[in-house]
Design a binder for this molecule. Structure first.
Ligand code: ATP
Ligand code: MG
Length: 233
């Protein structure tokens, strides 16, 4: 579905990605792991066209996307839940959900506002409230709901549980497990490596903008010290 091949990304003269590669298959949940500042956000910004790619290639469902503007990549069916959430602060919950709604994956049963409220019941009581008045956890649920309302073929989450209370985190992981069960392809970045190893199929570890390891959750379960060694935690 998504193939990132040897991308190089720069911020001015400073290079952040050095030939980074990864793949996400249909119905797969794949993680991108790495310590702070290793290039995870830069990778998803390169995929979603927020940061231009200086070298290498990105293909999505067979089509080159790395020179397309961000909105075209969204239309192709990639939705990003960005680091720091970034919901529309002065729109209500309802308005946030419908603002960018579309049926990108042409699903026979597309996401609706009602289905989002079933997934995140906490949003129901906040339906008419401006997003900037929501708690961090509610904003995160809204950010995920808003991304789902575009019916993406690939959902990307950058640190979706960052700074949230344990109970809210648990709800977000439960949501991702439900999405996986429904066959949603997901690329996820998170600091909670144990949750990632439980939910995801495959993993990539990046260090200073380069791939240093990739493998399956089965490999991690067989060798519990593996991730700590590869991440140098
Ligand atoms: N807008 C920017 N301008 C210049 N350098 C940047 C910019 N954004 C990121 N960088 C640099 O690129 C490198 C990779 O940063 P990136 O944000 O991709 O890391 P990350 O793995 O997402 O880290 P974190 O876990 O802290 O979110 C870092 O060295 C960072 O300082
Ligand atoms: Mg980041």
């Amino acid at each position: 579905m998504l193939t990132v091949s040897g991308i190089e990304t720069f911020y001015g003269a400073s290079q952040a990605l050095f030939g980074l590669s990864l793949e996400v298959g249909a119905r797969e949940v794949v993680t991108l792991m790495g310590r702070n500042g290793m290039g995870k956000t830069t990778t998803v910004h390169s995929i979603t066209g927020i940061t231009p790619v200086g070298g290498g290639e990105i293909r999505f469902e067979g089509r080159q996307i790395h020179r397309l503007p961000s909105f075209r990549i969204g239309q192709a069916g990639i939705a990003l839940v960005p680091e720091g959430r970034q919901v529309f602060p002065n729109l209500t919950v309802r308005e946030n959900l419908i603002a960018t709604a579309a049926n990108r994956a042409r699903r026979s049963e597309p996401w609706t506002v009602d289905r989002i409220l079933v997934m995140f019941p906490a949003l129901e009581a906040r339906f008419g409230v401006m997003a900037n008045l929501l708690s961090g956890g509610e904003q995160q649920m809204l950010a995920i709901g808003r991304a789902l309302m575009t019916n993406p073929r690939l959902l990307i989450l950058d640190e979706a549980t960052e700074g949230l209370a344990p109970l809210v985190r648990r709800d977000i992981w439960a949501c991702l497990e439900n999405l996986k069960r429904d066959g949603q392809a997901i690329l996820v970045i998170d600091k909670n490596v144990n949750d990632l190893a439980r939910v995801a199929d495959r993993h990539y570890v990046v260090e200073k903008g380069r791939n240093v390891w990739s493998g399956t959750s089965a490999e991690i379960h067989e060798n519990p010290g593996l991730l700590h060694e590869k991440l140098k935690l």
